[in-house]
Design a protein around this ligand. Sequence first.
Ligand SMILES: C[S@@+](CC[C@H](N)C(=O)[O-])C[C@H]1O[C@@H](n2cnc3c(N)ncnc32)[C@H](O)[C@@H]1O
Length: 259
Amino acid sequence: MLERASGLDRAGLVSRLTDPVATRTADFVLGMVERRRRGEPLQYVLGLWGFRRLELVVDRRVLIPRPETETVVDVALAELDGLGAGRPLVVDLGTGSGAIAISLALEVPRARVWGTDRSEAALAVARANLAGMGGRVAPRVRLAAGDWFDALPEELRGQVDMIVANPPYVGEEEVLPAEVAEWEPAGALVAGPTGLEAVADILAGAPAWLRRPGVVVVELAPHQAEVATGLAVDAGFGPVDVRPDLAGRPRALVGRLRA
Ligand SMILES: C[S@@+](CC[C@H](N)C(=O)[O-])C[C@H]1O[C@@H](n2cnc3c(N)ncnc32)[C@H](O)[C@@H]1O
C-alpha cells in the first residue's frame, strides 16, 4: 500500500521511510488501510494487480486474476505454438479484466484475439486495461459482450484456432473463503448447482467455432478433471488431457481437434 501511494518501489521506499509525505498521500494510505481492515482484498484496495507481464486495473467488477490462470496461459501459448498458425485467431471466453486475452496478444505478436464477457461491467475494466496497452497490442484485441459464443460474430464460426476460457467453476453449495465470497463477483465464480455448467457449455459449443486443427484450453477445479475430460471427449475432442498448475494439481484441460 505504501508503494502504491508513494509511487516508489520497495528499495526506494525503504531508503525514504523517514521522509515527510503530503497530507493527500497520507490520507490515501490511511484510506487503503481502512478498506483492508474491513476485509477488502488487497488487490481491490490497490486497484492494480500483476498478471504475467501485465499490471492490470482490478476492482469489484472483475475476478482477481490468479496465479493458476498464469499457468493456463503458459499451456495456451505452448498449444498455439504447436498449431503453427501464422496469424492465429484466439478467443478468450469470459475475459473479465482481460488478463488472458491481453497476455496472449502481448506474448504472441501476430495473434488476433477476441475477449468476450456476459458482464458489461467486467468488459469496461477489460477495455481500460486494453487502452493502457498502446499501439502494439490494442489493435489486435476485440472485446464483445454476450453469453459465451453468442458474443462472437457469425463469420468467426469454424475460423478460430484456439478457444481459451477461465469460466466460473464453483458449485452453488461450495463454501468459499469470506474474502472471495463477499467481495468478488458471484457471476465470475459460481457456475450453477454442480459447478461444471459453464465448462460443459464451452466444451459443447467450441467445436463449431474451431478450425481443424484447433484447440480448446479450459481452466477447471482439480476435482473436475475426470468428468470434464469425459465432456470434452463427448464433444468430439481428442486427444484430451489435463495439465497441472504450479502446485501440481490438474488445472488446464486441453482438447484438440485433429486436421
Ligand atoms: C472466473 S472469471 C475469469 C476472468 C478472467 N478471464 C481471469 O481469468 O481472470 C469468469 C468470467 O466469465 C464471465 N461469465 C460468466 N458467465 C458467462 C457467460 N454465460 N457468458 C460469458 N461470460 C460469462 C464472468 O463475468 C467473468 O468475468
